[in-house]
Design a protein around this ligand. Structure first.
Ligand SMILES: *Cc1c(COP(=O)(O)O)cnc(C)c1O
Length: 491
């Protein structure tokens, strides 16, 4: 199966590329993204035949259906990483929280957030491709908290790939920072930037487009790739857990095969929701995808009014920081799938030049056939956390946005799956505040407070962070980033 470009072809790129090429060089013509030319089908026969499959068996079948050009041995090695999740037989538990409401917990991997679902196997695949081609890759990532730890964890000690991760010093939680600065491997470099996440991201963007930096990399025979969710190599692994979660409801006899359900997703860059959309288009019985946002509600507005509008909008720092995004990259793949290349190119151009685009009534109708959206501010999120806890379920602030959307967007009495994207340990001060009223606590104290209040244990991987040595000590000025990276590459 081949991949084509969302904004059309500029004559410099190939018209279509196989999976491996879309992963290694994710940047398509005109700044577009690679998307599948066609989607494989997962009909009821496929679903029926996988009711009793393990997670890796199901994943293997989905990758095969996409005809990915990756050797079976590499696929198996990548999927075996799911056996290192909390429950080796089921990396993604789906738990019932109310009569018709289920939570699919995507955070049982090594860094306790859902980025592991895709980045864990992605690391194996990218490193294997680089080795087969005898090429060296550099991955540059700017992180506000969850992508960084997951990217470092997956590429740690993997051959032919080096990772440099920039984070805003003082702008992440203690746990997220410790997860990065205690990573000890020769192919990893973590750099704290004096400034905000935007500063880190802008510095990175400048570097990626800098001719002199790119020439220096060429001289060292190093290619650039990307590990953010514009890379289809991540998206493909995000289709699988939607199918798994559906089959889990069948196994629990909550639904019969063929019954439609709601998928309810906390959205930022829209990779998670896009995975659900593809699974639906492939044949998964879905009624609608409920898109939950925080106060940065560009997506809620788009899906409600057809208008994507950045004018006069500033990013709001919320208690669900992984969703603090104004340019949600993967929406582009939805536009492409619904409206085609030309229109997508036009809309993306408008967004760039006028910070705004407006869909036609007909286009909006099509979008609304698939999505319905809601948003949840920090205060409302805290109330959701407290209420769910009082009813027996502990969740993080990202997941909380979905609980609110569930109340507002579900029109039919069908079963719903909420996707939970982070463990309570990653955002403990906010949760502690919601549960006990404690304010301004440090992570370690709020972890203890929640553990006591909820009568649960702090997982060892989190507890141990506070005893580990800091090995990644660079905290530097923006202007020194390039020098710092080049020095690392020369080691
Ligand atoms: C990345 C992330 C999200 C947003 O997911 P997208 O796929 O970018 O929409 C939500 N919650 C958490 C905890 C995350 O780390």
């Amino acid at each position: 199966m081949l991949f084509i470009e969302t904004r059309g072809n500029d004559g410099q790129h190939k018209i279509s590329v196989p999976f491996s090429a879309a992963i290694l060089n994710p940047m398509a013509s005109f700044g577009g993204l690679y998307s599948p030319q066609a989607l494989p089908s997962i009909n009821n026969t496929f679903l029926q035949s996988h009711v009793n499959s393990s997670y890796p068996q199901l994943a293997h079948a989905v990758l095969k259906a996409f005809e990915v050009d990756i050797e079976d041995s590499v696929i198996d090695q990548a999927l075996a990483l799911y056996e290192l999740f909390d429950d080796p037989t089921n990396p993604v538990p789906v738990v019932q929280v109310k009569d018709d409401l289920y939570v699919s917990e995507l955070y049982h991997g090594p860094t306790r957030a859902f980025k592991d679902m895709a980045l864990q196997p992605f690391g194996v695949v990218l490193s294997s491709l680089a080795q087969q081609r005898n090429e060296q890759y550099l991955i540059l990532a700017a992180t506000s908290g969850d992508t960084g730890p997951a990217a470092l964890e997956t590429f740690k000690n993997r051959d032919n790939v080096r990772v440099v991760c920039l984070y805003p010093d003082g702008g992440t939680s203690d746990v997220q920072r410790l997860q990065m600065v205690t990573e000890n491997a020769a192919n990893l470099k973590v750099i704290g930037i004096k400034g905000s996440f935007d500063d880190a991201q802008n510095a990175l963007k400048q570097l990626l487009t800098s001719k002199s930096f790119n020439h220096k990399l060429e001289d060292k025979n190093i290619k650039l790739s990307a590990a953010n969710s514009v890379n289809f190599g991540r998206i493909i692994f995000q289709i699988i857990y939607h199918i798994h979660s559906y089959l889990e409801l069948v196994r629990q006899q909550a639904i019969t095969l063929g019954e439609k359900i709601y998928l309810n997703v906390p959205c930022g860059n829209f990779g998670n929701a896009l995975g659900g959309y593809y699974a639906w288009k492939m044949g998964l019985p879905v009624e609608k995808i409920i898109v939950a946002s925080n106060s940065n509600k560009v997506l809620t507005d788009l899906i409600s009014t057809g208008r994507y509008d950045l004018t006069g909008r500033e990013l709001i720092a919320t208690t669900s920081p992984a969703m603090d995004i104004l340019i949600s990259s993967n929406i582009e793949r939805i536009l492409f799938d619904l409206f085609g290349t030309e229109r997508t190119h036009e809309l993306m151009q408008l967004l760039k030049e006028q910070q705004c685009y407006q869909l036609t009534d007909e286009e909006l109708k099509q979008l609304q056939q698939h999505f319905v959206a809601d948003f949840c501010n920090d205060e409302q999120g805290k109330k959701q956390i407290k209420q769910a806890f009082d009813e027996g379920y502990l969740m993080d602030p990202h997941t909380a946005t979905c609980f609110q959307a569930h109340q507002n967007c579900r029109k039919k009495p069908l079963k719903s799956i909420i996707y939970s994207t982070a463990e309570w340990t990653k955002f403990s001060p906010v949760i502690d505040n919601a549960l006990t009223g404690n304010v301004d606590t440090k992570d370690i104290d709020s972890l203890k407070s929640i553990a006591e209040t909820a009568d649960i244990k702090i997982p060892a991987v989190i507890q141990n962070l506070f005893e580990k040595d800091t090995v990644q000590k660079s905290v530097i000025d923006k202007k020194d980033i390039e020098t710092e990276i080049l020095a690392f590459l020369d080691q």
